[in-house]
Write a protein that binds this ligand. Structure first.
Ligand code: ZN
Length: 115
């Protein structure tokens, strides 16, 4: 990995962290418990609760991704950044550009998901 590529990845991590933090704040605001007497406009209460379930899930996923990105940011300057934790080969640069929080190469990630 060149210094230039590393800088690009680091910039991307910082941007994604900022984006996720904003998203989490917005999601936290709309996933507040639904008061029984609240006026829901055209949404019925059931619809509002279904929407809350979906938003709660997105919120959980966003929080997990934020943690992984923050961990990637703390590792990005280290020599072992971009090296697969399983096979110790370099993770493809294209993969790191899309998912900088990756700790496994594509082959190992696929095997890991299959479990
Ligand atoms: Zn691997």
């Amino acid at each position: 990995m060149t210094q230039d590529e590393l800088t690009q990845i680091k910039t991307k991590i910082i941007q994604e962290i900022a984006h996720l933090k904003e998203q989490i704040i917005q999601l936290e605001a709309i996933t507040q418990p639904i008061a029984p007497d609240c006026s829901l406009g055209r949404l019925t209460r059931v619809e509002a609760m279904n929407e809350k379930v979906v938003n709660d899930r997105i919120l959980d996923e966003s929080r997990m991704k934020l943690k992984r990105l923050q961990s990637a940011l703390s590792r990005v300057e280290r020599e072992d950044f971009g090296i697969c934790v399983d096979c110790e080969e370099d993770i493809a640069i294209g993969r790191l550009m899309i998912r900088p929080e990756s700790i496994r190469c594509i082959a190992c990630a696929t095997a890991f998901q299959r479990g």
